[in-house]
Design a protein around this ligand. Structure first.
Ligand SMILES: N[C@@H](CCC(=O)N[C@@H](CS)C(=O)NCC(=O)O)C(=O)O
Length: 202
């Protein structure tokens, strides 16, 4: 088997694991732990010393969104990777947008809640992160009005990439009452069998 995804399930590698399950492609999961990402052997795969990384034959990639758009473009069927450049542009739009507008505040809250020892907690940073989320989520809510998924009725890699970032809103119990379209869409995406399979759930 030539396709390998590196990184533990409880990391951004979950995004790449989800798409492999969604696409139904054979792959090997190498659950390289964070502490093992600074070795020369691992840095030959991802010189950043971070997960995820992907090796597909002679193609090696880092960056979760790049891995996912590559795999979607290579294997996506029935519009999962959209055919036209306009919709492909929208895939990139929502993927970059999720990384730049949502990921940092979500991660700040998540880390403070679950990883930070009590004496190191930073309520000011958490409050700033909480304050940063409503504006972009309103944008997403408006984009989802009257549609099941970001590009229309079908679930595509745009939904997978953005929902994989927003999945962090679940453990932090983010209150989506002001953005009901986002709440319903996120539940639709995270209810997919492939998302559960990537987490080892049924
Ligand atoms: N933008 C990168 C972020 C990668 C990243 O920061 N991964 C974390 C785990 S989720 C990591 O490897 N951290 C270890 C470290 O920073 O030393 C991506 O989306 O792939």
């Amino acid at each position: 088997m030539t396709l390998k995804i590196y990184g533990p399930t409880a990391s951004r590698a979950a995004r790449a694991l989800w798409i492999c399950h969604e696409l139904g492609i054979p792959f090997e999961h190498v659950p390289t732990e964070m502490k093992d990402t600074k070795t020369d052997a691992y840095k030959a795969i991802n010189p950043n010393g971070k997960v995820p990384a992907m090796v597909d034959g002679d193609v090696t990639l880092f960056e979760s969104m790049a891995i996912n758009t590559y795999l979607a473009a290579k294997h996506g069927k029935n519009g999962f990777w959209p055919a036209g450049v306009a919709d492909q542009g929208r895939v990139h739009q929502w993927s970059f947008w999720g990384m730049t507008e949502l990921e940092k505040p979500l991660l700040t809250i998540l880390m403070d809640m679950f990883m930070t020892p009590p004496d190191k907690k930073n309520p000011a940073a958490v409050a700033e992160a909480q304050a940063a989320l409503p504006k972009p989520l309103k944008v997403l809510d408006a984009a989802l009005a009257g549609r099941e998924h970001l590009l229309g009725s079908a679930f595509t890699v745009a939904d997978l990439n953005l929902a994989s970032i927003l999945s962090w809103a679940k453990p932090i119990r983010y209150d989506f009452s002001a953005t009901p379209n986002v709440a319903a869409w996120l539940d639709r995406c995270l209810g997919r069998a492939a998302f559960k399979a990537a987490r080892g759930q049924k």
